[in-house]
Design a protein around this ligand. Structure first.
Ligand SMILES: [Zn+2]
Ligand SMILES: [Zn+2]
Length: 808
């Protein structure tokens, strides 16, 4: 008999696609890129067809059939499917997982399973059952109904086997619900029936809540969203439903309104291009016209007009009938960039980002898939937008760490943009004021073109940078010999305020102080679940772990020795703002950090108040270094350049250099020249020194020499194998077993470890790691494959991070 087979990738399940027979009725409907419903062991799952073939390649009697076809058209174009395959093999994750990352949430969501006891189960004598089964059934009898994962956890069952035995014996039944539906992008709305309000009220009778809704709708004069009515009046949907039953209102569904986007208002201004900008636009256009892959590193100081360059290039791509992708690190922190693209391209722009509600994201995604949107702006996952034929990919701030995803698949969107560009034969524009060493290395090997924008648009000059050697500054009283505000910094702030200008101060840590130290016994208060000190937050009167969120009140006595001499050592944003209030009384200042963002509209409010001058001094973490444009900031102060330098990570120098250069660029964006003051205990460190001189080239040269000398990326290829477990013994044993599997070491691979990770404990998990470096990919892959083939105890988690951004 003639049969067709489909290879189906299923998330969180098999590492390789599974083969299913296509029933004859579905033969026309099944095609590559659509979702199907398939049986999986004793359950069902939703996956994506990635290949259709006439042979199964396996023993045909064991092949099961596809149950249902869910899409009419492929969800993803071919080049995105190819990219999924690349992610799966390069970053070492199941293909289904890669696809789930690319599609809007929900389309591949796993079913939920609820377990409940059957009448037979309820009447069973628990004592006759084996221990695990007894625990499961007891938990179900107590709670009546529980999610499968929950009941297994409650009963301490490591596997599903005892539950399956109960199901088989007819003592427990499972109810499954599917959740693989696209999210709703419609919302409920309500309107009064067209009759005078007095009549409606009369027919309504004495129902106070319902009358309230009628009156509100009458005042509102037009239809309203049901959610809006409920939120404003504090009522539930049942009130509106009751009104519908009485035929006093009618309810309908409408497409969710487009939310206001990120543009900060203002008109689109087409700047004249200077010769450097024109050269960059020409280079991109040439590659586009030739249909050839061309990475272009567009290096420009802040304010040099990179945005205008890529807006023009996008226009070029559209003129060729192609589409464009603009990647930004974090959309909430780059509203200016997104605003510029939206102002230029209006309704043909789709914005994707993680803060969107699922329905909203789904709607944007469909406008892209249908071809209505031709420019996509968003963070790293926007690279997977299902555009038909992209002609240009722009990666703004390509050096930013946010392009790396810190969960499986651990991809870097900057690197994938190059892969996609190569597959499609199109230019890829990597923009940065401080190119990553990876990008600089590409150029050094002749694989990328480098174009520089050296002039500030509008003739502005780069700010003057002054280094303040904190070793020569008198210590601040009560600051353990440290200085927060050196004399030159205080003086500069005074002068800037007197000139009616604004100040940005960079302080990398949030909270009041990073450490609470006991002066009696010398111990610091650490998070019980992570090997890191708890941070003192004064406003919330708490000690908090910035890694896992553990939070306690500030103790009065030392938990180790009962001593009372507890000292908050070091400084964070709160303390800096506090001292500002003391040094410059009456001058309004504000903090911009994760705590600000966490508050509802905290980010917009703070930026707004700083933008219109209600706030004169803005203290913040690296968030203040991102692309905001504040023309009347003429002074940027770095409270301490040293916080990142001390990290035991090979990128510490690069991170410091980038941060200092970026924050320096915040100063003097208007007509007046700006100044920058960097306080440091290491004024001779290359990262600090070259940042002060705005010398990107000198820094990259020196950094690449360092990476070469010690065999670090990008000169070598690196992969990190991490092990995590609640058990300190298990994690060590697993890491050591992996270490043994790497002996003898594959040729060309250097193995560092196994050893405890620098952050040895995180979120109540012990961590070990092995670092692999090699000059070439193949031996590295071979080494990884050996470790992957090892089986692990169930409470040890293994992660593989190819091209890790951090080795902490
Ligand atoms: Zn103590
Ligand atoms: Zn913690």
């Amino acid at each position: 008999m003639h049969s067709m087979f489909a290879h189906v990738a299923i998330p969180r399940s098999a590492p390789a696609p599974l083969v299913y027979r296509i029933p004859e009725a579905f033969e026309d409907a099944v095609q590559v890129g659509i979702r199907v419903r398939v049986p999986l062991r004793r359950r069902q799952a939703t996956g994506v067809v990635i290949e259709v073939s006439e042979t199964s390649g396996i023993e045909s009697t064991s092949i099961r059939e596809i149950l249902e076809v869910l899409d009419e058209r492929p969800l993803l174009p071919d080049h995105i499917l190819a990219l999924a395959r690349f992610i799966s093999s390069y970053y070492r994750c199941p293909l289904g997982t890669a696809l789930a990352t690319m599609l809007p949430a929900g389309l591949l969501r796993a079913d939920t399973e609820q377990a409940e006891p059957t009448p037979k189960g309820a009447g069973t004598d628990l004592e006759v059952l084996p221990e695990k089964q007894r625990a499961i059934l007891a938990a179900l009898l107590e709670h009546r109904k529980l999610p499968v994962a929950g009941v297994l956890a409650r009963a301490g069952a490591g596997s599903r086997t005892p539950l399956d035995a109960l199901i088989h014996a007819g003592l427990v039944s499972i109810r499954r619900s599917r959740r693989d539906r696209p999210p709703r992008s419609e919302v409920g709305a309500v309107a009064l029936v067209p009759e005078p309000i007095d009549e409606l009220l009369e027919r309504c009778g004495r129902a106070p809540r319902q009358r309230e809704v009628l009156n509100w709708l009458a005042d509102h004069d037009g239809p309203a969203l049901e959610s809006e009515v409920c939120a404003t009046l504090g009522c539930t949907l049942s009130v509106i439903r009751a009104l519908e039953t009485k035929a006093l209102v009618h309810r309908f569904r409408q497409a969710a309104a487009k939310k206001p986007r990120w543009s900060l208002g203002g008109k689109d201004v087409r700047h004249e291009l200077n010769s450097e900008q024109q050269a960059a636009v020409d280079a991109v256009q040439e590659a586009l016209a030739d249909g050839r892959y061309q990475p272009i590193l567009l290096e420009g100081v802040t304010g040099s007009g990179k945005t205008e360059v890529y807006l023009r290039c996008l226009e070029g791509a559209l003129a060729e009938g192609r589409q464009g992708i603009v990647l930004v690190p974090e959309i909430g922190l780059t509203p200016a960039t997104v605003g510029a693209v939206e102002r230029r391209f209006g309704s043909s722009v789709a914005v994707l980002h993680s803060a969107q509600a699922e329905g909203e994201r789904w709607r944007e995604w469909r406008t892209i898939r249908s071809g209505e949107a031709r420019i996509v702006v968003g963070p790293r996952s926007a690279l997977f937008a299902p555009l038909e034929k992209p002609g240009l990919i722009v990666v703004d701030e390509e050096q930013d760490a946010a392009y790396k995803q810190q969960e499986t698949p651990r991809y870097n969107a900057r690197d994938l943009a190059l892969v996609l560009g190569r597959d499609l034969g199109i230019p890829v524009l990597l923009c940065s004021a401080t190119p990553s060493t990876e990008a600089a290395f590409l150029e050094k090997r002749g694989l990328a073109r480098r174009l520089q924008l050296t002039r500030r648009v509008g003739g502005g000059v780069l700010p003057k940078v002054q280094l303040v050697d904190l070793r020569h500054e008198p210590p601040e009283p009560g600051e353990q010999g440290r200085t927060l505000f050196s004399a030159p910094l205080k003086e500069a702030i005074t002068e800037t305020l007197e000139a009616d200008r604004q100040v940005i101060l960079l302080m990398q840590r949030r909270g009041w102080a990073p450490v609470l130290l006991c002066r009696d016994c010398g111990s610091t208060l650490e998070c019980p679940d992570c090997s890191i000190a708890l941070v003192v937050h004064r406003r919330r009167h708490s000690l908090e772990c910035h890694y896992c969120g553990h939070k306690i009140g500030v103790p009065i006595k030392c938990p180790s020795c009962n001593g009372t001499l507890l000292d908050a050592v070091g400084a964070g944003t709160e303390k800096v703002a506090h001292h500002l209030g003391r040094l410059f009384p009456g001058v309004p200042s504000a903090i911009l950090d994760r705590d600000t963002v966490r508050r509802r509209s905290g980010l917009e409010d703070t930026l707004g108040a700083f933008s219109d001058g209600r706030i004169r001094i803005l203290v913040g973490t690296q968030m203040v270094a991102k692309g905001h444009h504040f023309p009347s900031v003429t002074l940027t102060g770095v409270i301490s350049a040293d916080a990142l330098l001390g990290l035991p990570d090979f990128r510490a120098g690069e991170r410091t250099f980038q941060l200092l250069t970026q924050v320096a660029g915040r100063s003097g964006r208007g007509a007046e020249p700006g100044r920058v003051i960097i306080q440091t205990y290491h004024p001779e460190h290359p990262a600090v020194l070259h940042a002060a001189n705005h010398d990107v080239t000198a820094f990259t040269e020196e950094e690449l020499r360092f990476r070469r000398a010690f065999g670090y990326p990008p000169v070598t290829r690196m992969a990190l194998i991490g092990f995590e477990s609640p058990s300190i013994d298990q994690v060590r044993r697993a890491a050591e077993a992996a270490g043994r599997s790497l002996r003898p070491t594959p040729e060309g691979v250097r193995v560092r470890g196994p050893a405890p990770s620098p952050m040895e404990r995180l979120r109540d998990r012990w961590r070990w790691q092995i670092l692999l470096t090699a000059a070439e990919r193949p031996p590295l892959r071979q080494a990884l494959a050996r470790v992957e083939s090892l089986s692990l105890p169930s409470d040890v988690h293994r992660l593989i991070d190819v091209d890790p951004l951090s080795t902490l």
